[in-house]
Design a binder for this molecule. Sequence first.
Ligand code: DLL
Length: 431
Amino acid sequence: MAYHQREVECMPYGEMKALQSARLVDAVGRAYGGVARFRELMGLKGLGPGDVKGVDDLCRLPFTEKSDLRDAYPYGMLAVPIGRVVQLHSTSGTTGKRTLAFYTERDLDKWADCCARAIRAAGGGPDDVVQISYGYGLFTGGEGLNAGSRKVGCLSLPMSSGNTERQIQFMEDLGTTILCCTPSYAAYLAEALAAKGALGGLRLKVGIFGAEAWSEGMRVEIERALGIKALDIFGLAEIMGPGVSFECLEQSGMHVNEDHFLAEVVDPVTLEQLPYGSEGELVLTCLTNEALPFIRYRTRDICVLTRDACPCGRTLARISRLMGRSDDMLIVKGINVFPSQIESVLIEGGMAPNYQIIVDRLGHTDSLEVRVEMTEGLFDDTVKGIKGKEGALAESLRSILGISAKVTMVAARSIERSEGKAVRVIDRRKL
Ligand code: DLL
């Protein structure tokens, strides 16, 4: 079994907790000393840095969130002088002011280690050719995986996203073994490779896919189409970027790099800390970040945190596949709907993951429509056959979601493909 930093990845929990406690005290001290907003939040709770002795005090600390970063734009959340900051990235967020993420040299080195752990956990080693098709530049995906791949000693191809023809050519000519991109782009690449009849000549063995929500059904579909193992990877720019947590070849949740990030799950309404195994909002504390030492940062991502043993030997806690975001959740006719639930129904119903969810309001009533592309087989089918399929999918959606949805089959390839994060939901109610 290959690890990048075995001593921490397989550290007994008792030792990890002691390490986390020492690092938490240090991180709180640095945040308190360097960030006025954090001092203010601590003051509101009547706390000083000396009140935190270790991990067990975590739940006394105040939460921080994206709005703290936005309000302090651009430099207000920095805990170190600008002279120590060497790089900037940004969230891919489409709403509101961009949030900025800053890094010191040590922050970048730690990030590379976290991504190197992910590549090792995917079976990567110096003989691998890693094609990195996440965006480079402000987005963290490309830079993060690139740095990790180099640390492992892999040949790293900084492809960035897009230019599918060139992606395929490099994949074929250079014998890419590991593909890193969003799951929606992986599905699109699979489609393009199949259309070219190019799947047979590839050496691909594994994919490291993340940056957007995807379902277990989509994993199965990508694995079948590309003949690989598809692994999940999670992260967010404010905290670091990809590599906060990563899946190993066991594919049973993403190991959190706990020596750097302390994970907890809270009830998104009451904000109470929940026990292992409960579903809730992921809250992360950066134990070693120098530039942005966020304490109890509310990610808004919904998942389950567990501490069960993993056959891979890593003792790091794991988060489940993300179920959605508390702020991406659609409320249709008063019912909570996550786009990932709809995706699962479509894939279980034999459809490809090319779909759009359209929410509208007619008078005072919400409507939900799911547009999904016809697959090749259906295209040859009769109108009656297509209507039957639409009806069957609508029925499955009704039983899973508890509300009715209209399903419309649209022509194959008519829904725009994404090279980065896919836009799945069009909510016309907000317009
Ligand atoms: O998406 C970092 C990243 C790059 C992760 C490449 C993995 C691979 P942001 O642009 O700041 O950073 O977006 C962060 O994306 O809060 C989640 O809602 C979502 N997200 C990230 N990874 C996953 C995943 C990057 N594996 C936001 N599954 C996060 C579901 C994910 N959602």
